[in-house]
Design a protein around this ligand. Structure first.
Ligand SMILES: CC(C)(COP(=O)(O)OP(=O)(O)OC[C@H]1O[C@@H](n2cnc3c(N)ncnc32)[C@H](O)[C@@H]1OP(=O)(O)O)[C@@H](O)C(=O)NCCC(=O)NCCS
Length: 172
């Protein structure tokens, strides 16, 4: 048994026959079982998120299938959050699509997901973890993330309008 950064108990996986269970927090389950992901639920959130507005369902499905996803599941089994990890499992991990649905916020669940990510057995010994956030810097600072030391060395090729340019037919 470990405890969360907010002091909440986080029980380690094991003891029960549910595949992929990484932790349990107050009746919620964190799981990396790909079969448990609810693509429609994730899409319903991401398409209204500030970073992936209007993203098509098929893009969400492809992205989740190609990533290590930590899903957050409420006591009734519904998926209510996500942390998507893009990694070579050797040197680097990019943290993406972190969210907790509004009704479930303020209970330490995003911190539990970040802890599960950083402690995940497939993500140990990496040289660099990276992420981009609009306003949640203080969340990630609790887990050792810092502003890039040399922003002038970092480059990107970004098309922030890409999903807004998609036609509705792209979701079919
Ligand atoms: C950000 C988010 C995931 C936090 O989820 P949560 O389960 O309510 O957060 P927690 O209860 O685990 O606490 C988060 C901690 O980070 C802090 N924090 C920093 N930025 C925050 C933000 N933008 N929103 C919420 N909390 C934030 C909180 O104050 C809290 O600090 P504490 O440890 O001192 O209490 C959730 O508010 C959310 O889904 N927001 C919309 C999507 C989003 O912005 N995702 C992050 C993109 S990088």
């Amino acid at each position: 048994m470990t405890s969360g950064s907010d002091g909440q108990p986080v029980s380690a996986a094991g003891g029960e026959a549910q595949p992929g269970v990484l932790a349990r927090v107050d009746g919620y389950i964190l799981s990396d079982d790909p079969a448990r992901l609810d693509f429609e639920a994730v899409h319903a959130y991401l398409r209204r998120s500030y970073w992936a507005k209007n993203i098509p369902l098929q893009i969400v499905q492809r992205a989740l299938k190609a990533s290590l996803c930590i899903g957050l599941y409420a006591p009734d089994g519904a998926q209510v959050g996500l942390c998507r990890l893009i990694s070579d499992y050797t040197t680097f991990c990019y943290v993406s699509d972190v969210y907790v649905l509004e009704a479930h916020r303020g209970r330490g669940l995003s911190k539990a997901m970040m802890r599960a990510a950083l402690e995940h057995p497939r993500l140990q010994g990496l040289r660099r973890w990276s992420l981009v956030t609009h306003d949640a810097q203080s969340l990630y600072e609790q887990f050792g993330f810092r502003p890039v030391a040399h922003p002038e060395r970092h480059m990107e090729r970004l098309n922030p309008q890409i999903y807004l340019q998609e036609t509705p037919a792209a979701e079919e």
